[in-house]
Design a protein around this ligand. Structure first.
Ligand code: SF4
Length: 401
């Protein structure tokens, strides 16, 4: 881990070129590739995404391949590849093949690697998803969001519930045995019963994985603007909490594990790529707005297309932000990320990794959160209680510097 490297004495440090060679052989990376294309912008979306004209789209794909080819992390072994967006299923099959080829020529990708791609209903067909499987993708995340057409229209989604159902069936037909469905709750006007119907329908399909997110209204989005004018109000907090509890209950009854606050899976079907984020392991992002975290440094690419095009082939895309975490910051991050997971954190392992006594360092915080019924300590393991999960952001923030 990075913290150990920082503490190495001068004598034990390999020389720079040896370190680079060693680093490339030793650091297994998760790769993220950002495809910002979308048919149109959803009303709640603040991701780096939107409609692209044909020329802009070609320029972006060329820059993306140049960035991949010129990366200084060439040669690192790779365990997961995740194409996210935006709408990666806006790419044609030949465009996807070129990207997959560029990645395969740049990195030794594990033959058992998880290859995930996000698809939106309304942008796929039977032939398209069959070709994804032939290309090597073995996990698909489908952006369903709701099975209620009035909610889909309200969200500004491009598809109907029927198209989402059809896309799911096409994926199964094509042989995919690792599928995620994204659903949103706490939509303005959504009742607990409507949310129950969405959950029951999703569970009825039997996907291996579910991502269930509370709608948040972000400034600068269509919904954010409507909130400013008073046209839109956020869902009542108590109702949103009831919906989250219902999600936890129905998924558990159906045999799913809530392995992270918003993510549920059948046993053994966690998203391996997302586990990299939550386990604070290294990942490398390509494309505008993509984030990376390697050797204790975290950075995020510019979201300016002009800047991205200008720098993509240099091997060092302009960064909108970059920070090198010190040991205390890195420890806080790791606790925050670990607490979001079902397994929680091991104070013994963290104390060893960061050469400190985590129990003493956070004894007051652990105690007070424990008294308030938000944290549960079982030996060396600490995890969120059910109440703690409902207030996860507030609880986790207490460990950050
Ligand atoms: S499809 Fe996803 S990325 Fe694209 S606009 Fe909608 S929410 Fe944003």
């Amino acid at each position: 881990m990075e913290a150990h490297n920082l503490k190495m004495s001068a004598e034990t440090k390999p020389r720079t070129h040896e370190r680079t060679k060693e680093r490339k052989n030793q650091i297994p990376l998760g790769l993220y590739v950002h495809i910002p294309f979308c048919v149109r912008k959803c009303h709640y979306c603040d991701f780096t995404s939107g409609p692209f004209g044909e020329k802009a789209r070609q320029m972006y794909l060329e820059a993306l391949q140049e960035e991949i080819r010129s990366t200084s992390w060439r040669g690192c072994s790779v365990t997961t590849v995740f194409l996210g967006g935006g709408t990666p299923s806006e790419l044609t099959i030949p465009e996807l093949e070129e990207l997959v080829t560029a990645l395969g020529r740049t990195f030794p990708i594990d033959k058992n690697a998880e290859w995930s791609i996000e698809c939106n209903p309304g942008t796929t067909s039977q032939g398209y998803v069959a070709a994804l499987g032939e290309m090597g993708f073995n996990r698909v995340s489908l952006g369903v969001q709701s099975f209620d057409d009035s909610h889909l229209r309200f969200l500004g989604r491009i598809h109907t519930a029927e198209e989402a159902r059809a896309a799911y069936h096409d994926l199964r037909q094509a042989g995919f045995d690792n599928l995620n469905l994204d659903l949103m709750f706490a939509l303005p006007g959504q009742t607990l019963d409507r949310w129950r119907a969405d959950l029951e329908e999703a569970l009825g399909f039997g996907p291996e994985h579910l991502s269930l997110y509370n709608l948040t209204i972000e400034p600068g989005t269509e919904f954010g603007n409507r909130r400013v004018t008073g046209e839109l109000k956020e869902t009542d907090e108590d109702l949103a909490a009831d919906m989250f509890e219902l999600a936890m209950d129905l998924t558990r009854t159906a045999g799913y594990q809530q392995y992270e606050i918003s993510n549920y899976c059948l046993p053994g079907r966690e998203c391996v790529h997302n586990l990299i984020y939550w386990h604070n392991q290294p990942y490398l992002g390509f494309g505008i707005g993509a984030s990376s975290f390697i050797e204790g440094t975290r950075w995020t690419h510019t979201t300016s297309l002009a800047e991205y095009y200008r720098t993509a082939s240099s091997g060092l895309v302009t960064r909108a932000c970059q920070e090198k975490l010190n040991d205390r910051e890195a420890l806080g991050e790791e606790i925050m990320l670990g607490l979001r997971t079902e397994e929680g954190i091991s104070t013994t392992a963290l104390s060893r990794r960061y050469s400190c006594d985590v129990d003493s360092l956070f004894s007051q915080t652990f105690q007070s959160l424990g008294h308030n019924g938000l944290l549960l300590q079982e030996g060396e393991r600490i995890r969120l209680t059910r109440r703690g999960k409902m207030m996860a952001n507030d609880v986790c923030a207490q460990f950050l510097v």
